[in-house]
Write a protein that binds this ligand. Structure first.
Ligand SMILES: Nc1ncnc2c1ncn2[C@@H]1O[C@H](COP(=O)(O)O)[C@@H](OP(=O)(O)O)[C@H]1O
Ligand SMILES: [Mg+2]
Length: 247
């Protein structure tokens, strides 16, 4: 039988291929329409595959109505069928991703995959490692909603802020060593960070809330507004700097 990690990887890749087709076929659509089509088609594929392959499991998806059934479930797939919808809608951008994560009662995120279809790459728990540090000093933030403390943290570290779309794309850039950290605050949902955090933690990177507390999933309200992902040796300095600039 396919393991949960293998399934997460397969589904993220399959949805990513579908999204590449959607973008090719929809080249003449308005960006909003293209993004909506990508969200919907990828979500439908992932829900269908999960229902077939793991019929007893619950699902929490950005693109589906939430159900309280997941709060009683032992296994919940937390999926973002298209993270970085804005960037996906603008051909030439590769900073978008597909997130597939499995949460299990008492264990947290156990298996996860982040696909970056435009890079022809998927990152899967159990088969990932932190790469050498080529992006020293680079701190990744949202292009549209960078945290207020981010400039102060960059100054403390002697680094620079770099904008990039998609939580998954930013977290995987840290995994690849192209940046030291990804900082986010002020709003996000469980599906934005579940798979990226699962993958980077499996590779030995640090991931937590911006106050240093653990990321917790499958909460009644899936709003999970902030996140730090960084190389492990920088975690103490970054958390201290965030606290200083958040005061
Ligand atoms: N303040 C906020 N409130 C809610 N969601 C936010 C947010 N800031 C970022 N996000 C979500 O986090 C993901 C990464 O954002 P960004 O690209 O700006 O870094 C995006 O997911 P989606 O593209 O799946 O909607 C975006 O919608
Ligand atoms: Mg998202």
């Amino acid at each position: 039988m396919t393991t949960d990690a293998e399934l997460a990887g397969q589904l993220a890749v399959e949805a990513g291929k579908l999204l590449l087709d959607v973008r090719t076929e929809g080249a003449n659509l308005e960006p909003k329409e293209l993004g909506d089509r990508g969200d919907a088609r990828s979500n439908a594929l992932l829900l269908e595959r999960l229902a077939a392959q793991r019929p007893g499991d619950a699902v929490l998806s950005e693109e589906s109505a939430d159900s309280s059934a997941r709060l009683e479930a032992d296994r919940v797939w937390i999926i973002d069928p298209l993270d970085g919808t804005r960037e996906f809608s603008h051909p030439g951008r590769d900073d978008w991703a597909v997130h597939v994560a499995l949460w299990q009662q008492g264990k947290g995120i156990t298996d996860a995959a982040v696909a970056q279809p435009d890079r022809d790459t998927v990152y899967v728990t159990g088969d990932v490692a932190l790469a050498p540090r080529t992006g020293a000093g680079r701190i990744l933030v949202s292009a549209s909603r960078p945290p207020e403390f981010a400039a102060g943290v960059a100054a403390d570290l002697g680094g620079e802020l770099v904008s990039m779309g998609s939580a998954g794309a930013k977290a995987m850039a840290v995994l690849r060593g192209e940046a030291d950290a990804y900082l986010h605050a002020g709003g996000q949902w469980e599906w934005d960070s579940a798979a990226p955090a699962g993958v980077v933690q499996a590779a030995g990177l640090f991931a937590s809330r911006v106050d240093g507390s653990p990321l917790e999933y499958n909460a009644p309200n899936p709003y999970l507004p902030d996140l730090v992902v960084c190389r492990p040796e920088l975690a103490d300095d970054i958390l201290a700097s965030i606290a200083k600039h958040s005061a």
